[in-house]
Design a protein around this ligand. Structure first.
Ligand code: NAP
Ligand code: HSE
Length: 431
């Protein structure tokens, strides 16, 4: 592209929640965007499924198309912004754009977490930018922070609350003592949780996001299939109450850690101390905690979704891509997965554990459970016992730091003890 070009033209794929936000910000903040990017940025064409649909914004009919060729084959378009979502046909459209020499900005964590390598290879082969700030934690600028602002560090840990829907639900359960199903219904009525909430409540959405963060933090390709995932569907009002009694709050965390043994990446409900900064991140807010060897602890907080917060990240990427085009250096921000650090199996990861069981209320029960833990090398830190119904007691144990494998072995044996009626829940404890 010539550096003498007067306007950078954008092709937008999708005009839904995020697409409309991008359209609005590019229009409303046009002057500052031009000054800061060093060139005027304008939307040239917008692809949607249905060009006749009523939308929340007024857009000239001439800008709309439902034919991808009108965008990827238009030599006037310099940057393609993908905010339509999904993998099929989206991946194909994005690859067509890159192969035609257009820089790409995307908010699509599903596509980046699954097909990052293929996308980056195409971007590098064609000297194009591929930017995806909005794919993790919406408006929080965490990707650029990891790639640029913290680039001097060896990153040791990245973890945080990266799914707003489940954070809203856990916040409600903590404040009101309500059960999972009641809160899910309310989250759906408010439009936070989708009609099919699986990706959020089962932790898959957070898994895609932590795979992206881990890849950047540790310069090693981590895909969603490398992430151990547990959602929040088993969290009960009882677990929340015990957490409070023990001085903790339950949050769904995406966790990525690196040490000499390798990288571990997991998503699961987690007890965190009530004084930890992440414990006070409530409702739909997201926050990401990063520990670097030079900078120490840092935390980034903000809205992880929504029209304008997400579009804020998308437009900043468009401006970066525009600046690179003006300087004639598109492709300079390339893939940072230059390393190949080993991934640790989940069985090797270590944490403390909360274990809630229903047991027979008779002498020797606690001792027999403690013996199994001891035999498997799991040391207990605290015990709470409460009467349940009749001859049943609820026994809650918190372990010291232990290997996942040892804990799972011990639980296998404890399930077989005649005095154990049920293992209610097992939740990892961090911090
Ligand atoms: P959305 O509201 O469902 O909008 C999707 C848009 O893409 C619609 O305009 C739709 O056209 C168009 N589209 C979808 N499939 C198409 C196809 N096959 N051909 C042509 N057009 C197609 O989605 P969104 O919430 O804006 O999300 C977009 C992306 O941003 C997703 O990857 C999502 O994960 C990501 N993201 C969203 C948020 C958020 O808060 N919403 C936050 C972070 C990241 P019609 O309008 O004609 O149906
Ligand atoms: N469903 C996601 C969340 C928003 O609840 O955080 C988009 O990433």
């Amino acid at each position: 592209m010539s550096v003498n070009k007067q306007i950078i033209k954008v092709g937008l794929l999708g005009l839904g929640t995020v697409g409309q936000g991008v359209y609005r910000i590019l229009k409303d903040n046009a002057d500052n965007i031009q000054r800061r990017a060093g060139i005027k940025v304008e939307i040239e064409k917008i692809m949607v499924r249905d060009t006749t649909k009523e939308r929340g914004i007024s857009v000239s009919q001439a800008m709309l198309t439902s034919d991808i060729k009108d965008i990827v084959n238009d030599p006037e378009i310099d940057i393609v912004v993908e905010v339509m979502g999904g993998i099929n046909p989206t991946l194909d459209y994005v690859l067509q754009a890159l192969n035609n020499g257009k820089s790409v900005v995307t908010a699509n964590k599903d596509m980046v977490a699954m097909h990052g390598e293929e996308l980056f290879s195409a971007a590098e082969a064609n000297n194009c930018d591929l930017l995806f700030e909005a794919s993790v934690a919406g408006g929080i600028p965490i990707i650029r922070t990891l790639k640029q602002s913290l680039a001097a560090n060896n990153i040791e840990q990245v973890f945080g609350i990266i799914n707003g829907t489940t954070n809203y639900m856990l916040t409600k359960m903590t404040r009101e003592g309500s059960q999972f199903n009641d809160v899910l219904k309310e989250a759906q009525q408010k439009g936070y949780a989708e009609a099919d909430p699986t990706a959020d409540v089962e932790g898959y959405d957070a898994a895609r996001k932590i795979a992206i963060l881990a890849s950047i933090a540790f310069n090693t390709r981590v895909t969603v299939n490398d992430v151990y995932v547990e959602g929040i569907t088993k969290i009960s009002a009882e677990d929340i109450a015990y957490a409070k009694e023990l001085g903790y709050i339950i949050k769904l965390l995406g966790i990525a850690k690196y040490n000499d043994d390798g990288i571990e990446v997991r998503v699961h409900p987690t007890f965190i101390p009530e004084e930890h900064p992440l414990a006070s991140v409530n409702d739909v807010f997201n926050a990401v905690f990063v520990k670097g060897d030079a900078v120490g602890d840092t935390m980034f907080y903000g809205q992880g979704a929504g029209e304008l917060p997400t579009a804020s990240a998308v437009v900043a990427d468009i401006m970066d891509a525009a600046r690179d085009l003006v300087r004639n250096v598109p492709g300079i921000i390339s893939c940072t997965c230059y390393d190949n650090k080993p991934l640790k199996p989940m069985s090797e990861s270590k944490s403390r554990f909360y274990v809630r069981t229903l047991v027979s209320d008779k002498p020797g029960v606690l001792a027999s459970i403690a013996l199994v833990f001891g035999n498997k090398g799991v040391s207990l830190a605290s015990v709470i016992q409460k009467d349940a119904e009749g001859s049943t007691a609820e026994l809650v144990l918190v372990t010291h730091n232990t290997k996942e494998e040892n804990l799972q072995d011990a639980l296998g044996d404890i399930r077989n003890l005649s005095c154990v009626k049920e293992i209610g829940n097992v939740i990892r404890v961090e911090g």
